[in-house]
Design a protein around this ligand. Structure first.
Ligand code: ADP
Ligand code: TRP
Length: 332
């Protein structure tokens, strides 16, 4: 597919993504960048409501950028930059505050989750909620609207935020006339819930994840920790109930997948062997991106150069949008 649609996405710098994050959220934007004009930024401002250590924000930002580059984002089509490097973002956020109803923020999933947690603990409902968290969706709407984006690939958890950006664009357009395009969220094709090492949903909060680009030795240790049932090597096994097979499918091609499925069904393969097959597959698929990632992290100047150039490209569009908004809101 190739069309004129503009793709935009933000990557919150929160440390190495796991397989679930990658397939559920980032892969889609990397794929779209292959044939669309794309704005992709490291959402460092969005990290600030929770992370109050500049060193950590900076390090995680490099990691996020290195990760996207290593996983193959198309840098010809893509302006890859740091959110905080574009001054227009702070300004547009301030402008959008004034057309955004407070009630909309009250309905945001992440804020509601905090309120529910506080209510259950019988403490003030806004305990631990700073204004960065509360107004998070307005900053995100500014991100999306600043670059005239049409398509916003995000994970399921971010869909509501993109819908809010549409709502906020709508409020603005109603008052000031047609100004912003209404962006569409694009949620990755349903790769199902990716199971973690213990068979539950892979999630940082369950400590059952496989980080995508970790050293081989760590990857091996994790894969060997996958929990299985107690079938003997001889017994036939149901591939569709196996975490090993589920994850294998995500990395292998159709022929390889069919071959492993048959080995599960036929019996004669122990779980230890199946795990080794899985480990070797992931390890070989990811060896090139891992090397690229490690190279970039050892040479952060290369990342800086890419981000610098991306910011220049992004600013060209951002300054035009902001000028339009200033004119409409202030007459200047
Ligand atoms: P975690 O549960 O590890 O904290 P997040 O809730 O931060 O992960 O999820 C970030 C994104 O990654 C979400 O958009 C979600 O769609 C995707 N994602 C996370 N875990 C999985 C999973 N196990 N299977 C599929 N997608 C996932
Ligand atoms: N909020 C997103 C997340 O937590 C990151 C993000 C910030 C983003 N701004 C965005 C995603 C704009 C898409 C578009 O993952």
């Amino acid at each position: 597919m190739s069309d004129d649609k503009i793709v935009l996405t933000g990557i919150k710098p929160t440390g190495m993504p796991h397989i679930g994050n990658y397939l559920g959220a980032f892969k889609n934007s990397i794929d779209l960048s292959q044939n669309h004009k794309t704005f992709m930024f490291i959402a460092d401002l969005h990290a600030l409501n929770a992370v109050h250590d500049a060193k950590v924000v900076k390090q995680h930002s490099y990691e996020a950028a290195a990760f996207m580059i290593a996983m193959g984002v198309n840098l010809e089509n893509t302006a890859l930059f740091r959110q905080s490097d574009i001054n227009e973002i702070y300004q547009l956020t301030e402008f959008l505050m004034n057309v955004t109803p407070k009630g909309l923020m009250n309905r945001a999933h992440s804020y509601k989750a905090m309120v529910e947690k506080n209510t259950a603990a019988n403490i003030d409902i806004d305990s631990g909620v700073n204004m960065g968290l509360y107004t998070y969706p307005i900053l995100m709407a500014a991100d999306i609207l600043l670059y005239n984006s049409d398509i916003v690939p995000v994970g399921k958890d971010q869909k509501q935020h993109v819908e809010f950006a549409r709502d906020i664009a709508g409020y603005f357009n109603n008052i000031y006339g047609d100004t912003f395009k209404l962006p569409e969220p694009v949620i990755g094709e349903d790769c199902g819930l990716i199971p973690g090492l213990d068979g539950r949903k892979m999630s940082k909060s369950y400590d059952n994840t496989i980080p995508l680009l970790c050293p081989t030795s760590e990857l091996k240790k994790k894969v060997m920790r996958i929990i299985t049932d107690s079938k003997t090597p001889e017994e036939s096994k149901n591939p569709d109930e196996s975490t090993i097979f589920h994850i294998y499918k995500l990395f292998a091609n159709a022929t390889e997948t069919a071959a492993l499925r048959k080995r599960f069904l036929d019996g004669g393969m122990g779980y230890g062997e199946a795990k080794t097959i899985l480990f070797e597959k992931i390890d070989s698929v990811l060896s090139e991106p891992r090397a690229k990632y490690e190279h970039l992290m050892a040479n952060t100047k290369e990342i800086d150069d890419i981000l610098f150039e991306g910011a220049e490209r992004a600013r060209k569009v951002a300054s035009k949008t902001l000028a339009k908004v200033k004119k409409k809101m202030l007459g200047l």
